[in-house]
Design a protein around this ligand. Sequence first.
Ligand SMILES: NC(=O)c1ccc[n+]([C@@H]2O[C@H](COP(=O)([O-])OP(=O)(O)OC[C@H]3O[C@@H](n4cnc5c(N)ncnc54)[C@H](OP(=O)(O)O)[C@@H]3O)[C@@H](O)[C@H]2O)c1
Length: 267
Amino acid sequence: MSSSQRKDLGRALCIITGASRGFGRTVARELSRLVKPGSVLILTARSEENLRSLEVELAGSEAGKSGLLVQCVPADLAQMAGLQSVVSASRAAFSEHIDHVILVNNAASLGDVSRFTSSFTDMAEVDSYLSLNVTSCLCLTARLLQALPPRPGLCRSVINITSLCALQPFKSWALYCTGKAAREMMFRVLAAEEPDLRVLSYSPGPLDTDMQLVARSSTADPDLKKTFSDMFSSGQLLTCEASCAKLMKLLLEDSFTSGAHIDVFDL
Ligand SMILES: NC(=O)c1ccc[n+]([C@@H]2O[C@H](COP(=O)([O-])OP(=O)(O)OC[C@H]3O[C@@H](n4cnc5c(N)ncnc54)[C@H](OP(=O)(O)O)[C@@H]3O)[C@@H](O)[C@H]2O)c1
């Protein structure tokens, strides 16, 4: 462990997309434990019911009782109105007491993995995938950076939840691999442009979530499908908690190169 690891993440405004389930839900829980009283968590996803249950859970936790504010923003991030509601809630919560903004771009979809690349002839289908997984991620990040501008003493961290698929081709996963690669390059450009930001692309590893269930049941490529099924049946999938603990360690240590891709298995 680095000797300079911070004990907490400060009085933070955390915006977590895809917080309703899976990895994003765990990130919200873990961040709630590492931020100081007076911090605000903005939880967003489409499922209001799942967000509300997390809000209730966190309100009753140690952090909730010591002054953590949790706000749910049910929103479809594929829609401009959805982005705007997250930005409005974040701007309203950005008080002078906040000393750390943490944006976790976690929401994503797998896309149709039951077909191979040569079947994607419909521009509207591809545009719709990229709209949620690339365009909305870029535009939400840009809007939030404008709405929560730099000021003395404020640290701004932007986390992109990425995948090995950003770096390696997975047969029958054309949409997902393309989206993750594009997103990652976008964050590398951002890191190069704005050296004061802390930008991290964190690859959480194979997680036991709904997305994995779709991966092992629908993947068209038989070898890849078998790999996912074997990982599941032999207990090789990671829990969201185990992977998230490594992400939290990276944030506390704060020694990563801005814009870097860091995989859970690198740590
Ligand atoms: N699972 C893995 O093995 C794995 C491996 C590497 C990387 N990752 C990455 O880790 C992240 C989390 O994955 P996961 O496995 O937790 O996925 P998941 O279980 O499918 O959860 C996806 C989250 O994104 C939200 N979301 C999806 N479409 C949305 C939309 N249109 N608007 C707003 N929110 C939306 C979902 O909430 P609602 O449905 O309520 O909107 C949900 O909270 C993703 O970026 C994924 O690519 C996952």
